[in-house]
Each structure stands twice: as structure tokens, then as C-alpha cells.
Design a protein around this ligand. Structure first.
Ligand SMILES: Cc1ncc(COP(=O)(O)O)c(C=O)c1O
Length: 451
């Protein structure tokens, strides 16, 4: 039985009316991918105010790996609601914060002693990771990557790569941020090919220390183990090991931003595990509870570098979010969500490879586990980004019952952040819509365009 159920043309009249109110009340800077107003959601579907039911490939931008409104998460939040809502952990602390820190210290890669601090958002967590790295190393520089996304606050915008719409018009940004190419093999900045490149992009860091910023001035290198907003680029298996070796040779910390790739998305609890690495500092958010919560977990001696009172925030690690996060970690222990992420990734890749035979627009199919994407191009040879087509496919999808979101520096990537509890039948149904969306904008290979 199909999950998608459309009662009206999409967007329906109630959503349209809300869009009009929104346009008057909310600044245009807050964009929205789909002009659909949600009424309720469960597991991998959501329903809008007009009664249309959709499958959800966006998962609140990767916040719902365990599914919308899981009973265990809802119950944990309800239990907390009955006790207290907010006290501020810096005034009168509570046990759930400490327990969650213990769980994160245990769950993140590396058997060394760790500590964790909680804040509200991914960007805030990245800001804190930078503060901690600077306090520990007593160095100012941070090296970030092309195509990286780390948030929308000023420091994280400095670390973020994409100019439009994120950075343009908002300068000046904080200084001491240096940018180097990422291991984006499909569009290698050095026009090399893996593996014959011998990971030139990672090894090139030595050159950066000579020509761009002195190694003894660099506190940390920050990287997403799999690019999120940058288009779900997963570097070669040995890339991060080489990079981290270079960092440590120079006393530089490695910060993994796992805000999007963490909490089961890639088929391991953290993508770092897929690369066999142990970051000095690891940043998580999004699916860590699915409520406003983010964590900075790192080696204990590094995390203790800032002085007493140097870290914190009024709502940071609020009790409702901590309760939800503990329930999410329990779910990962109880259910086989990691294996499920890999199965979903395989299911996606199988279908996408068939599409690649049929349509030239499918330039690259890539990802790790359940973090999968299609990069769409005008032609296989030119690799010119098919940004307009990507937008049209995404629009077709929501008009036909599938919520998708795009990504990539050229906005030509369709990414999958589906809740890992989606069933095989639902996944097939969603992929049918995506396939129809591609067919709707593309000529099959070899077809002669009619004039
Ligand atoms: C890798 C990464 N880092 C940081 C952020 C910022 O997180 P937030 O939007 O919670 O501030 C995001 C958000 O998409 C992200 O994907």
C-alpha cells in the first residue's frame, strides 16, 4: 500500500495561504525548499495542513535518523516535561547532562579519556571546538576546506566555503581561517585521479604550511568526514589518516565536524569510524536527539584547556534535548539502524546505477551508508553542473509526494537524508518518484531532441 497520498494539488490551498502570510511576516533570507506546511509526521512520512502525505528524504536536514516522533524519544521528552523544563546547567545542573556526556565519551571513536560539552546548534558547537582548539594549542590558525559547510554564525561562515547564498554580503568574517581543496575526486582541484594521485590533496598540506600559513600558527584542521551541504562527497578510504598524520606531526589538532554525518547516517555511529580515525575533537548535532542540541567531544586534556566559565550558554544542553538524545542513543544500541543505513544506501545505489545507464544527467553517484547523493551534470564530458534541472527535479518530487533537498556548491546534488526507519516498500516508492522526476526533465541517452 502506498504511503504517499495526495488529496490536493501541491502545494494545497492551506499551504498557499500560509506561504502568503509567511512572505509578509518572515524575512526572505529564510528560504524554504518546499512551500508545504507540515501538520504532523511519523517515522519516514509527514503530512501537510491540506492532508497530503509525503515520504521524507530530508529528515529535517538529517536530524531524524531514528525517524519522526519515535515513541521512545517522545516518551523520554514527556517524562522530562513532568519534572523541569529549564534551570540552566551552569546554575543548577542535572544528571541527564552528565549521563549524556558519559555516553558520548564512550560512543565516539578513540579509547582515550574524553570530555563532552553540550550547546544548542551545530554552528555553536563548531564555534566552541575552535575556541577549545585555540585555548589548547595557543595558536590562532584554523584550516578549513573548499566546499565545506560549518554553519551560519560569523566564525562558522568564515569556515564555510560556498559564497552564495551563505557568505555574500555578510563580510567581514573573523580572520585566521585558511582554505585548502578537499578530496572531491569527481572535481579534483588538482586535476588528478585517485589512486594514482597518491592523495596529493592531503599531502599538499605541507606546501600550505610553506606558502600560506606557518604550521606553528595553526591550531586545528577542521573537516567534515563526508561533506554535507557541499554535496555528500566521501573522500577515499585512506585520505583522513594521511591528513591527520600530517596534522599531528605539526602539533595541529584534527576536528571532525560530524553534524550531518554523525549518529548512524553513514552506517557507523560516526563517519570517522568508517575511515578508522580518532579525531581530537568531534562535533555532533542534528540527529543527536532531533531537538536543538549539539555536542563537542574531545580528548580530556584538550577539552579542559579553556578556564572555568570559558564555555557554556543559557540553554546549552537543555534537559528536554538531553532526554531525547539519551533515548536516541538507546535506540542505536537496541535496533540495527547502522546495518539499515547500509541497506538503504545499497538500495539507492542499485537504482541510481540503472538511471546512470539511461540518463547522462547522472554524473556521479556517491556516499557512505545511508548518506547518498546524485550529482547532476549537463553531460558526462563537460561535467557542467545541471543546477536548473536539479531544482526542477526537486520540485517535481515534492509535487508528487517526495520531499527532497539539494546540496553542492553548484546546487546540483540531490541528497538522501531519509529517516533510517523507512521500509523497503516506502524506499521503492520514493525512488519511483525521483525516477519519474528525472525522466520528466531529461532526454534518455541517445534520444534526438525534437525541434
Ligand atoms: C557539517 C555541518 N556543520 C555545521 C552545521 C550547522 O549546524 P546548525 O544549522 O545546527 O547550526 C551544519 C548544518 O547543516 C552541517 O551540516
Amino acid at each position: 500500500m502506498s504511503t504517499i497520498h495526495l488529496r490536493t494539488q501541491v502545494p494545497g490551498p492551506k499551504s498557499k495561504a500560509l506561504s502568503e502570510r509567511r512572505a509578509k511576516a518572515v524575512p526572505r533570507g529564510l528560504s524554504h525548499g518546499t512551500p508545504i506546511y507540515v501538520a504532523k509526521a511519523k517515522d519516514a512520512w509527514l503530512e501537510d495542513v491540506d492532508g497530503n502525505r509525503y515520504l521524507d528524504f530530508a529528515g529535517g536536514i538529517g536530524c531524524l535518523n531514528v525517524g519522526h516522533r519515535r515513541d521512545e524519544v517522545v516518551d523520554a521528552v514527556k517524562d522530562q516535561l513532568e519534572c523541569f523544563l529549564h534551570t540552566c546547567v551552569q546554575v543548577t545542573p542535572y544528571e541527564s547532562y552528565v549521563r549524556l556526556a558519559e555516553r558520548m565519551n564512550e560512543a565516539t571513536p578513540g579509547k582515550f579519556a574524553k570530555k563532552t560539552i553540550f550547546v544548542n546548534t551545530g554552528a555553536e558547537a563548531v564555534e566552541n571546538a575552535v575556541k577549545i582548539a585555540r585555548a589548547y594549542t595557543k595558536r590562532p590558525g584554523i584550516i578549513a576546506f573548499e566546499d565545506a559547510f560549518h554553519g551560519r554564525t560569523m566564525m562558522t561562515l568564515a569556515l564555510t566555503s560556498k559564497t552564495h547564498p551563505y557568505k555574500a554580503g555578510f563580510a567581514p568574517f573573523p580572520s585566521e581561517v585558511y582554505r585548502v581543496p578537499y578530496a572531491y575526486c569527481y572535481r579534483c582541484s588538482y586535476s588528478k585521479t585517485y589512486p594514482s594521485c597518491d592523495l596529493y590533496c592531503a599531502r599538499h598540506l605541507e606546501d600550505t604550511f610553506k606558502r600560506v600559513v606557518a604550521n606553528e600558527e595553526v591550531a586545528a584542521v577542521i573537516a567534515e568526514p563526508v561533506l554535507g551541504e557541499g554535496g555528500f562527497v566521501a573522500p577515499p578510504a585512506d585520505y583522513f589518516k594521511v591528513l591527520i598524520e600530517l596534522c599531528h606531526k605539526h602539533g595541529i589538532l584534527f576536528i571532525a565536524d560530524e553534524v550531518q554525518s554523525g549518529l548512524g547516517r553513514t552506517g557507523a555511529l560516526f563517519a570517522s569510524e568508517r575511515y578508522g580515525i580518532e579525531p581530537d575533537i568531534l562535533v555532533t548535532a542534528k540527529s543527536l536527539g532531533g531537538l536543538p542540541l549539539a555536542a563537542v567531544t574531545g580528548r580530556a586534556e584538550i577539552m579542559d584547556a579553556p578556564g572555568i566559565g570559558g564555555l557554556g550558554g543559557t540553554f546549552a544542553g537543555n534537559p528536554l534535548s538531553c532526554a531525547a538524545a539519551l533515548a536516541v542513543l538507546d535506540l542505536f544500541e537496541r535496533e540495527n539502524l547502522l546495518a539499515r543505513a547500509n541497506e538503504l544506501g545499497d538500495q539507492f545505489q542499485r537504482r541510481a546505477r540503472e538511471w546512470q545507464q539511461r540518463w547522462e544527467i547522472i554524473g556521479d553517484i556517491r556516499g557512505l551508508g545511508g548518506m547518498q547523493a546524485l550529482e547532476l551534470v549537463k553531460s558526462a564530458n563537460s561535467k557542467a553542473p545541471a543546477s536548473d534541472e536539479t531544482k526542477k527535479i526537486s520540485q517535481y518530487c515534492y509535487e508528487h509526494g517526495l520531499i527532497t533537498i539539494t546540496a553542492g556548491t553548484y546546487s546540483n546534488v540531490i541528497r538522501v537524508l531519509v529517516p533510517l526507519v523507512i521500509t523497503n516498500e516506502q524506499m521503492d516508492e520514493a525512488m519511483d518518484v525521483l525516477e519519474a522526476g528525472i525522466a520528466n526533465v531529461c532526454e534518455p541517452k541517445g534520444a534526438v531532441a525534437l525541434v
